[in-house]
Design a protein. Sequence first.
Length: 472
Amino acid sequence: MNFEVNFKKNIEENNLLSKGDKILLAVSGGPDSLTMLQLFFEFKDYFAVDIALIHLDHQFRKESGQELDFVEEKAKDLNINFYTKKVNLPEIIKNENISAEAAARRERFNFFKEIYLKNDFDLLALAHHKDDQAETVLLNLFRGSGLRGLSGIEKKININGVQVIHPLLDFSKKEIIKYCQEKKLNPRYDSSNKENIYSRNIIRNKIIPIIEAEINPAVKEVIARNAKLIAEEENFLNKISFQKYNNCLISSENDKLILELKKFNNYDKVIRRRILRIAYQKLKDDLEDLYLEHILEIEKLLNNLTTGRGIDLPASIRVEISYENLIFFKKDVVEAGKIDNKKLLEINKNNKYSSNYFIEIFIENKNKINFNSDPKVAMLDYEKVELPLYLRSRRKGDSFIPLGMQGKKKVKDILIDQKVPKYKRDKIPLIVDRNDNIVWLTEFRIADNFKVTSKTEKVLVLKLKNNLKGDN
């Protein structure tokens, strides 16, 4: 059959798999996934691959239980490993106040990813086809997702650590249904596909039929062809943009990254916008929910280079201007680093105050001290300090007399002078005495009235350390 020949050709020409791959097939029981299952089953020996099935019963429709039984029976008939799980999607939608589409997509992929990683699969195969491609491109167009969205679904892509392939992307729904009939696969049909309450269904059932009838009957083919061209140009521009991104990248961690604005601003607007998307993607792993409107908001932010100003992006990611830099960070990680309550600090003990840091405090005779300018060490006159000491975050109006100065200075102003990013300021611990007088703004200044002098006999030493193995 031409369909099978073209399937095999598509796999080989696009290098979608390799000999020996373990492939997890997402099978709903519908015509698309059943066709994919049938094709992989027939060609698994030819490609020398192992296949398994996975199915999520979301319990969203009455017939979902029957679909699970149907797919499970298919797996038994073909003697293929089968993974399944039930989730109460209606309850998730109600409790989290999210759309049915978003909830189903998230729960489905999370389950697929769990099984994929746990069982060392090489590929996850999804049965999206040419009609899905056209719908996706139009949906992205209406949502304002930019050129990336207009390139549609990729045949092979890594999504959050899962290597995903779409082996049916070059085939139309009509071709798939015809194949099901010829092979007598008896697929199940999702009744919700006819309900025009979801965005994708409106495009599928209303918009595309009008375009086919009134403008171009081959609109799906045209959209798919253009999406392929856009994807090729998109990949080319992305290669250039990644080079520029790395050039202006100062630092990158799991929870934040910093870009140098001077270099960033030297690039063309097209490249700058792509760099912003790359930065977001580095923290979230994908570009889902990031649209052109968000990029335009960041551009507005950059038109007024005021330190500390920022905007919130989807997925609890925030972008802020910090002096000569642009910082992207995960808000939940930053919030987790704040010190909510006063913490008592004990002498001759490692006082842990976060997962990464602790403060060691001990008393030493002055003549045994090797004085240095290490910012992570504070040396105070023991007799002047009113114990016990406490650790806390800064508060509005906090001030003290820094070492070497005559008058008080606000903690906020010291941190601004030191060009500490706004998002970091609440994470810097203050050491205070029993009367809440600041004795040390860690890593920056001790208070002048607690300094060691010629009359000092005993020194109270405070060392800020990273993990229990020693200094950072």
